[in-house]
Write a protein that binds this ligand. Structure first.
Ligand SMILES: C[S@@+](CC[C@H](N)C(=O)[O-])C[C@H]1O[C@@H](n2cnc3c(N)ncnc32)[C@H](O)[C@@H]1O
Ligand code: SF4
Ligand code: SF4
Length: 356
């Protein structure tokens, strides 16, 4: 079983023994959600389907190197007659092999029992005040999310992060969120991070480059004003990327010739349908089959056929979410370059390549 994503990619490209292993698995636990984020691009958010244990077991039987738990909704809300969050997490065999993206409003009961499975958890905060939080997410849960950050950090989990999608409504709060969260970094040294992200599929909420540049200047002043803020910003955030986060990517074609990402990646929706990337999971015609009904050989063959068509020149790939990852993969394969830590988040040593 391969533990290095790049080695697995090389195997896949030459279809050597073991090429059908999953590199990076994204699994949707539920489509149900307790928030109504105005910018949420997950069309499924008003459905309430839950994953079944057999669907997760089938996905895990293909030995993903690394997994992401997320949802068309909020993954911590998964609960049906057969499964709950803890019973699902107990199926992941390795420590630190999973990360989760959550809105952070709920910390599942008994979380301590499965904390060691996680590499990290990232809470989507997107605001520095309860007012902006409510404006963006439709519900008043800001203080609860803030207190859950610390509750998660008090478990054995390796790292906890917060994400902040830059958009018109919260742009002016960028310096505030840095001031607000820096103390957490010093309370839990090396275990907390803040990631600024770009907005997709909601062009009316995008900021202008001029506004983002002005806020970035404020961030730089903040950094120079205090040695503590400087170390927080430099060691635990991607604030240097802020100027690039006003960009709308939705109408841009990818630059990479091939899509290596779609060979490594596998997204499994709650009902077991498999897709080759996040953007394609919005396009039913690109479903590779259902993991419960279609043989894995057939799904992998379809993935290969898809790989041969995807990338630069493929109209369906306009607005690719994973363009940067593909460019890094292309560089690694052709020139042997190491990806920058901001792309892999945790650097790139053997099995750590896939930590996106
Ligand atoms: C769909 S959510 C699912 C997990 C959870 N409900 C949450 O909000 O964290 C996964 C991630 O996508 C982000 N997201 C949702 N809509 C987005 C958009 N239009 N552009 C960029 N990111 C988006 C969320 O902020 C979250 O970090
Ligand atoms: S919490 Fe997550 S899934 Fe729910 S509406 Fe917000 S972004 Fe979408
Ligand atoms: S949208 Fe991007 S990640 Fe998805 S198949 Fe196209 S190039 Fe690959």
């Amino acid at each position: 079983m391969e533990v290095d994503t790049i080695e697995l990619l090389r195997k896949k490209l030459t279809q050597q023994d073991g090429w059908q292993q999953i590199g990076s698995l994204t699994i949707h636990f539920t489509d149900a959600c307790n928030l109504r984020c105005c910018y949420c691009s997950y069309a499924e958010q008003h459905r309430s389907s839950m994953i079944q244990m057999e669907t997760l077991a089938e996905a895990l039987s293909h030995n993903p190197i690394y997994s992401c738990i997320v949802g068309g909704g909020e993954p911590t809300l998964v609960r049906s007659r057969e499964v709950d969050f803890i019973s699902l997490l107990e199926q992941f065999p390795f420590t630190q092999s999973v990360y989760m993206i959550t809105n952070g409003t709920v910390m599942p009961g008994g979380f301590e029992k499965v904390a060691d499975r996680f590499d990290f958890i990232r809470l989507s905060l997107d605001a520095a005040t309860p007012e902006t939080y409510r404006l963006l997410k439709g519900v008043d849960r800001f203080n609860q999310v803030l207190s859950n950050i610390r509750l998660y950090l008090k478990t054995d989990i390796r790292q906890v992060g917060v994400s902040f999608i830059i958009q018109k409504a919260n742009l002016r709060e960028v310096p505030d969120v840095i001031r607000l969260l820096a103390p957490i970094y010093f309370e839990f040294p090396g275990r907390f991070f803040l990631k600024f992200k770009n907005l997709r599929a909601a062009t009316e909420s995008l900021t202008s480059q001029k506004e983002v540049d002005r806020v970035y200047l404020e961030v730089k002043e903040l950094r120079e004003s205090s040695a503590l803020l400087e170390s927080f910003l430099d060691l635990a955030t991607n604030s240097v990327e802020i100027p690039q986060l006003s960009e709308g990517i939705d109408s841009k074609p990818p630059l990479s010739e091939r899509c290596y990402y779609a060979l490594l990646y596998c997204l499994v929706r709650t009902n077991g349908d498999i897709y080759p990337c996040g953007l394609m999971s919005r396009k039913e015609q690109h479903c590779l089959g259902n993991i419960r009904r279609v043989s894995w050989d057939v799904i992998c063959d379809r993935q290969w056929t898809f790989f041969e068509q995807a990338g630069k020149g493929c109209l369906d790939c306009v607005g690719c979410w994973d363009e940067k990852k593909n460019r890094v993969l292309e560089e690694i394969l052709t020139m042997g370059l190491q990806p920058p830590p901001s792309l892999t988040r945790l650097g790139a040593i053997n099995g750590l390549y896939c930590r996106w």
